[in-house]
Structure formats: structure tokens, C-alpha cells
Ligand binder design. Structure first.
Ligand code: FES
Length: 149
């Protein structure tokens, strides 16, 4: 790749963790970006006391989208649903030692896919996760404002 990717990004791109599906997932969410056409789906297996036991993903997208979904699923595993909200795109980028500026939106796909799966979980169980906003299915309209800060 011509772009300037960190070793961690390259590692998670060439050897992604948590690829696959979870049957009868506690929550699953799919988001896309209509501009680049990339799509990400996240599956979460959540215990009765709201701990994320397992996370898997399928991403039809660029290398950075694959690396960020790999890292994001790694980061949410073992966390409570509440703490999983702290796995923002910024946290994912930091864990990957950064992303080139044009690839920042790829990390948002990972954040939103996790949120979508958590939203699905909350809806199925009739609970509310404090601070979780209803996710959008197309992040391309929203990411400009969300990336700032
Ligand atoms: Fe769209 Fe990476 S180029 S997610």
C-alpha cells in the first residue's frame, strides 16, 4: 500500500481478529458509508449481566475499515455495554497508532457498527444504554461533524 500505515494497522489488516459471525447474536448492527461504498457488520454476544463475551465482524471495505473493525472488536470484548461506548473511533485510532487523515472516516464505521449492535441488543432486551444514540445506517452524512474534536 502506498499510504503511510502504522505497523499495527498493517498487522490488523493482514491478520484481522474476530472475523466471522455469531449465530443468534445478542445484538448485531450494520452500517455503511454511501460515499466510499464500504459496509461493516458487527455481532455481539452479551451475558446476562451486560458484559460483552464475544464480538465478531464482517467488513466489505478498505484495509483501514478491516483494521479498525478488528481493533474495535478486540477492544469491546470483556467490557460492559456501558464501557463499550468508550471505544470511540478516536480510541480505536489510538490503539492502532493512528490512521492517515483520509482514512479517519473508516474508524467511524467501526464505532457506529458497534453502536448499532448495542442498540439492537438494547431494543431486544427492552433496556436503555445511557449515552447511546440511535445509530445511523449511512455515516457519510454525519461523519464531517463527528470527526471534529
Ligand atoms: Fe470507506 Fe475506508 S474508504 S471505510
Amino acid at each position: 500500500m502506498a499510504m503511510d500505515y502504522s505497523e499495527k494497522v498493517m498487522d490488523h489488516f493482514t491478520n484481522p481478529r474476530n472475523v466471522g459471525e455469531i449465530e443468534n447474536a445478542s445484538g448485531q448492527g450494520t452500517v455503511g458509508n454511501a460515499v466510499c461504498g464500504d459496509i461493516m457488520r458487527v455481532y455481539l454476544d452479551i451475558t446476562g449481566d451486560n458484559i460483552i463475551r464475544d464480538a465478531k465482524f464482517k467488513t466489505f471495505g478498505c484495509g483501514a475499515a478491516i483494521a479498525t473493525s478488528s481493533m474495535a472488536t478486540e477492544l469491546v470484548k470483556g467490557k460492559t455495554v456501558q464501557d463499550a461506548l468508550k471505544v470511540t473511533n478516536k480510541a480505536v485510532m489510538e490503539a492502532l497508532d493512528g490512521l492517515p487523515a483520509v482514512k479517519v472516516h473508516c474508524s467511524l464505521l467501526a464505532e457506529e457498527a458497534i453502536h448499532a449492535a448495542l442498540w439492537d441488543y438494547a431494543e431486544k432486551h427492552g433496556i436503555q444504554i445511557e449515552g447511546l444514540e440511535k445509530p445511523v445506517s449511512d455515516i457519510s452524512e454525519h461523519h464531517e461533524t463527528k470527526v471534529v474534536g
